[in-house]
Design a protein around this ligand. Structure first.
Ligand code: UDX
Ligand code: UDX
Length: 472
């Protein structure tokens, strides 16, 4: 077996939101290690390799400049999976693990087909001793699946051996580079102390030893689910309080300040909003619910499921109140959605509240114009599935949507503006100029606390702001 410090070649399976930024930062901090990211999707690999850095498959502040520095030096993007696996000392699995849509556990359990096929490919092509690292968010006990597939192979080929580790990602999109460069902690779970040490040494290039937490495999897998469940629970908690604020005359931003200044609670991650989105929170909560039910812990399952129920309610609550404020009908009305990404500074729309809210408004007969600085029209088309068409004559039904980046076109004759993502450019819009183009009475629905209520009042705009019971 190789010396722990001699591990020179890393391969990552999956060039997505996790694999891309994680390996870019690792390559930047570990100049002596060669990293290859492989992906089944050739066009994605081509985009990562493209000269045009403004068009990387993942938009993440700071990512392009790191890619520019390390790509072709010690970071490579490729679709030659066999070669990359056979040469690797360490392999990270960063493929996607969506929620199952059919069969046992549908709607709750994660579909592990990509993780499983990754393990089989590794079993086929690996040579010598290989450390396999589970990076994707996975249900507890997934390492067992990987282990079984790899060990079966190992038994029949004495030249191959494997160690399996869990090393969950804790990066949040939009701040991924900083999260990776200055992590609160790095978590490594496993039973093979040599393998744990090897992976730890890689992180120690830029992370202090005290921040590297070593646990058994199952604690590591569960900690990832638990961390996201706690974070998601905070959002549902503040959104629940926001709803009470609106009914009672309190203001959720004041309540946030008051409760967040208690150090035990803390001020971060307490912004009321249109409900959480992203690829992880919902999936991890569903996994938690599934796991709890599997072990007969029904009260535990119900507890975590309620966080999700509240989140879905929050999204529908917003679409319903838009309809209510606009006299109960959206027929013949033009509504503008500002922000389609699930949060600012990402082009990711997975589980974005904007999807559900837009779909619900479309069923009410609205004409919807959508703006987002980074999400493409094609992505929105995939998410909304239908009803596109700018010309009412071409539309399939009463309601339809179209995409625009032209604020004048967006605001002109709109009845309402709904802010769903907290993009910086919305904060600095010339609201006076644009709202003047709207139809009267003009409404702004601000689910991200971006606009200034006093300014809106002076402009004669009717404002609904999340968690603000002081407005009528
Ligand atoms: C993630 C994470 O790893 C997980 O923690 C999170 O919960 C959701 O999925 P992410 O990087 O966000 O991954 O997903 P995505 O951007 O979809 O990237 C996955 C990539 O893996 C895709 O580019 C896909 O083409 C690739 N892939 C998938 C493979 O190369 N091989 C496969 O077998 C399956
Ligand atoms: C999350 C976790 O934060 C990260 O550690 C994990 O590895 C992956 O999942 P991500 O989903 O990328 O990261 O973004 P995050 O910043 O957690 O936001 C998730 C959702 O919660 C977004 O829709 C966001 O708008 C919402 N949110 C977040 C709020 O509504 N209010 C807040 O105060 C914070």
């Amino acid at each position: 077996m190789k010396n722990k410090a001699d591990l020179k070649k890393i391969t990552c399976l999956g060039a997505g939101y996790v694999g891309g930024p994680t390996m870019a930062v690792m390559a930047d901090r570990c100049n002596s290690i060669e990293i290859t990211i492989v992906d089944l999707n050739q066009s994605k690999v081509d985009l990562w390799n493209s000269e045009d850095l403004s068009n990387l498959p993942v938009f993440e502040p700071g990512l392009a400049s790191i890619i520019k520095k390390v790509r072709g030096k010690n970071l490579f993007f490729s679709s030659d999976i066999q070669k990359a696996i056979s040469e690797a000392d360490i392999i990270f699995i960063s493929v996607n693990t969506p929620t199952k849509t059919s069969g046992y556990g549908a709607g709750f359990a994660s579909d592990l087909k990509w993780v499983e096929s990754s393990a089989r490919t590794i079993a086929n092509f690996a040579t010598g001793h290989t450390i396999v690292v589970e990076k994707s968010t996975v249900p507890v006990k997934t390492a067992e699946v990987i282990k079984t597939i790899l060990n079966y192979n190992q038994n029949y080929d004495a030249k191959k051996s494997f160690s399996i580790l869990s090393n969950p990602e804790f990066l949040a999109e939009g701040t991924a580079i900083n999260d990776l460069e200055n992590p609160d902690r790095v978590l490594i779970g496993g039973n093979d102390s040599d393998a744990i040490e090897s992976l730890s040494l890689i992180y120690e290039h830029w992370v202090s030893k005290e921040k590297i937490i070593k646990t058994n495999l199952w604690s590591s897998e569960l900690s990832k689910l638990a961390a996201n469940a706690f974070l998601a629970q905070r959002i549902s908690s503040i959104n629940a309080i926001g709803a009470i604020c609106e009914s009672t005359g309190a203001n959720v931003r004041e309540v946030k300040l008051a409760i967040g200044s208690d150090k035990r609670i803390g001020e971060r991650f307490l912004n009321a909003g249109p409900g959480f989105g992203g690829s992880c929170f919902q999936k991890d909560l569903l996994n938690m619910v599934y796991l709890s039910k599997y072990y007969g812990l029904n009260e535990v399952a119900n507890y975590w499921e309620q966080v999700l129920i509240l989140n879905n309610w929050q999204k529908s609550r917003i679409s319903k109140l838009v309809v209510d404020k606009l006299f109960g009908t959206l027929n013949g009305k033009k509504i503008a959605i500002l922000g389609f990404a699930f949060k600012a500074n990402t082009n990711d729309t997975r589980e974005s509240s904007a999807i559900k809210i837009t779909k619900e408004l479309l069923t009410e007969g609205a004409e919807i114009v959508i703006h987002d600085p980074k999400v493409t029209k094609d992505q929105i088309k995939k998410d909304l599935e239908k009803n596109e068409g700018k010309d009412p004559k071409q539309k399939e039904s009463n309601s339809f949507w179209w995409f625009s980046k032209d604020y004048e076109e967006i605001f002109k004759n709109s009845d309402a503006i709904i802010i769903l993502t907290e993009w910086e450019e919305y904060k600095t819009l010339n609201w006076k100029f644009y709202t003047n183009l709207m139809r009267k009475p003009s409404w702004i629905f601000d689910s991200r606390s971006i606009v200034n209520p006093k300014e809106m009042k002076n402009l004669g705009i009717k404002l609904w702001r999340i968690g603000d019971g002081t407005l009528d």
